[in-house]
Design a protein around this ligand. Structure first.
Ligand SMILES: [Zn+2]
Length: 141
């Protein structure tokens, strides 16, 4: 699967989460990632200081980046037990959420995010240090 706006860009899809380390080492040019996940039921979740939000059942995509150690960042996101730090941590550690796939890309994260379709459900999610005008780095598909 690839989002239509991203067809001509280079990306890699990961659906097996046990070998992310080796995949990411194939090309150090990958700098951003998307985690596609599903809420199995509607849920209200407190996202740190951002507030409490209701998420409908369905699929979502979160876009982020890591200049170094992209694979380590992704593996951290996929662990359910961790200290909650980023906005996305509050979602991915919830038992009603299941990661479906990870896409890694050579595009800068904001460009990748803006080329991705979807509906914004929480403004300012994961975009507090974003200077490219993204309203949110989380979208409902
Ligand atoms: Zn952005």
């Amino acid at each position: 699967m690839q989002f239509p706006g991203l067809r001509k860009t280079r990306s890699l899809e990961i659906t097996r989460f046990d070998n992310i380390e080796s995949l990411a080492k194939i090309d150090a040019g990958f700098r951003s990632y998307q985690i596609i996940f599903r809420f199995s039921s509607a849920a209200v979740i407190q996202i740190g200081r951002l507030g409490s939000f209701k998420f409908e059942r369905g699929e979502y995509v979160y876009t982020g980046s890591a200049v170094r150690n992209l694979s380590a960042r992704i593996r951290r996101h996929l662990r359910t037990r961790k200290k909650l730090h980023w906005h996305i941590d509050y979602i991915l550690s919830d038992s009603r959420v299941r990661p479906l796939k990870v896409l890694i890309s050579t595009l800068p994260e904001c460009k990748l995010n803006q080329l991705t379709p979807g509906r914004i459900v929480v403004a300012n999610f994961g975009s507090s240090d974003c200077r490219s005008g993204c309203i949110s780095h989380l979208k409902m598909l």
